[in-house]
Design a binder for this molecule. Structure first.
Ligand code: CDP
Length: 216
């Protein structure tokens, strides 16, 4: 692992971690990787190949063939893609196939920001700055509901809330790299925060981590 400044941002679905990660990337001039997009791509492309999401070998083959150029597809941002992602993400073979790409990204000489579920625990356990971004399930469901409506995918709020609860349980309950707060990750609960407030709070946490990192 390089000595670059790595910022690990983990948290459950629609917690605001993507927005926080993007803001930190801008603030520190670091490249940002939304690792959820990798799992979304694997889910959607596995389905497109006519294979079952429970078929670990098929999903791992898709994951091995993934490249950065394949990630720019709006189909990966849909509600169905999020669900497909969480289903392929339970397979250790899929996680293993995506590991090198994520570690390489994290290991860039200047550092990087990665957001996901297992960045602070598995992908970059030595990251000098770690945040665990969360919010109440109802708040996260409302954010996701608005986001989907904005993307032209209107759906009942209750259905989005049910999705979030199912995904929380699956992501936290799986055996392989479950969603978990690293012991040294700072908890950021954005339930009562606007986007700007969450970005400011994240920045303060990372400033403190950076000062410690520079002094070390
Ligand atoms: O934004 P949202 O949380 O809905 O989704 P995402 O971050 O794009 O992640 C989609 C799914 O991919 C999650 O529910 C996880 O099951 C999986 N994932 C993972 O297992 N590990 C990661 N580092 C990132 C995502």
């Amino acid at each position: 692992m390089s000595s670059g400044f790595i910022i690990a941002v983990d948290g459950p679905a629609a917690s605001g971690k993507g927005t926080v990660a993007t803001g930190l990337g801008k603030a520190y001039g670091l490249p940002v990787l939304d690792t959820g997009l990798l799992y979304r791509a694997v889910g959607v492309l596995t389905q497109r190949a006519g294979r079952d999401l429970d078929d670990a070998a098929a999903a791992a083959t898709t994951a091995s063939g993934l490249s950065a150029g394949l990630l720019d597809d709006p189909a990966f941002r849909t509600r169905a893609a999020g669900e497909a992602a969480s289903r392929v993400a339970v397979h250790p073979q899929v996680r293993q196939a995506l590991l090198a790409f994520q570690r390489d990204f994290a290991g860039q000489p200047g550092g990087a920001v990665l957001d996901g579920r297992d960045i602070g625990t598995v992908i970059a356990p030595a990251a000098p700055a770690k945040l665990f971004v969360t919010a109440a399930a109802e708040v996260r469901a409302e954010r996701r509901w608005k986001q989907l409506a904005g993307q032209g995918e209107p759906v009942a709020f209750e259905d989005v809330l049910a999705d979030i609860r199912i995904r929380d349980a699956r992501d936290s309950g799986r055996d392989s790299a479950p969603l978990a707060r690293a012991p040294d990750a700072v908890l950021l609960d954005t339930s009562q925060m606007s986007i700007d407030e969450a970005a400011d709070a994240a920045r303060r946490i990372v400033e403190a981590a950076r000062a410690r990192w520079e002094a070390s």
